[in-house]
Write a protein that binds this ligand. Structure first.
Ligand code: XMP
Ligand code: MG
Length: 182
C-alpha cells in the first residue's frame, strides 16, 4: 500500500520539502554562527519538519518541545491558547527559534511568541514549514519559511486530517479548496 495524495491545489513533494529544509538549515547555520540556537517544536504538527530541520543543521543546537491547543473549532483558531505541555528547559538568554507546521491566522503563534518573550530569551525567531498569508489576522514575521500556500486545507508531513495522515512524507490537499473549512 502506498501513500495516496489528494487532488487539491496544494501539492508539495517529499523532494521539494527536503530541498527547502536544507536551504533553511544553511540560512540558520549562517545566522547563528558561533551561537547555539535553541529550537522549540510546537507539537503535534511540527514534529517531522522539526526532526528533519534539526538533523539538517550541521552545528550545535539544543531542543525542547511544547504543545498548545486552541480552544473552540479545531480548524479555526480562536487565539485563546491552552498550553498542554510546557517547556522543559529555561530559555532566558537563549537564542530561540520556535518551529511550527503552519501559520494560518497567526493567532496561535502570536500567543506563543508573547509567552516565550515573557521568559526573556536573548532572541526569538520563527520557523514555519507553511504559511497561508491570505488568512492572517495577527501580524507576524516568519524568519524561516518553507512554502507560502493558498487557502486550502492541507495535510501530510505532520499536518493531520482528523489525526490521520501526519505520517505522509509529502504535503497534499483535497479538492475543492477550503472544502473542510467552515
Ligand atoms: P492559526 O490560525 O492560529 O492556526 O495560525 C494554526 C494551527 O491551525 C491548524 N491548521 C491546519 N492544520 N491543515 C492542518 O492540518 C491546515 O490546512 C491547517 N491550517 C491551520 C494547525 O494546527 C496550525 O498549527
Ligand atoms: Mg500546529
Amino acid at each position: 500500500m502506498t501513500h495516496q495524495p489528494g487532488h487539491g491545489p496544494v501539492q508539495i513533494s517529499q523532494d521539494d520539502i527536503q530541498a527547502r529544509i536544507q536551504e533553511l538549515a544553511r540560512k540558520i547555520e549562517a545566522d547563528y554562527e558561533g551561537k547555539t540556537p535553541h529550537l522549540i517544536c510546537v507539537l503535534n504538527g511540527a514534529f517531522p519538519f522539526f526532526a528533519d530541520l534539526c538533523r539538517a543543521i550541521e552545528r550545535p543546537i539544543t531542543v525542547d518541545f511544547l504543545q498548545a491547543s486552541s480552544y473552540g473549532n479545531a480548524q479555526e483558531s480562536s487565539g485563546e491558547v491552552k498550553l498542554v505541555k510546557d517547556l522543559q528547559f529555561p530559555i532566558q538568554g537563549r537564542d530561540v527559534i520556535i518551529v511550527e507546521d503552519i501559520v494560518d491566522t497567526g493567532l496561535t503563534l502570536k500567543y506563543l511568541m508573547g509567552y516565550l518573550d515573557g521568559r526573556h530569551p536573548a532572541s526569538l525567531r520563527i520557523a514555519s514549514l507553511l504559511s497561508k498569508p491570505s488568512r492572517r489576522k495577527a501580524e507576524l514575521t516568519i524568519d524561516y519559511l518553507g512554502f507560502t500556500i493558498p487557502n486550502a486545507y492541507v495535510y501530510g508531513f505532520g499536518l493531520d486530517r482528523a489525526q490521520l495522515d501526519r505520517n505522509l512524507p509529502f504535503i497534499t490537499s483535497e479538492e475543492p479548496a477550503g472544502d473542510e473549512e467552515e
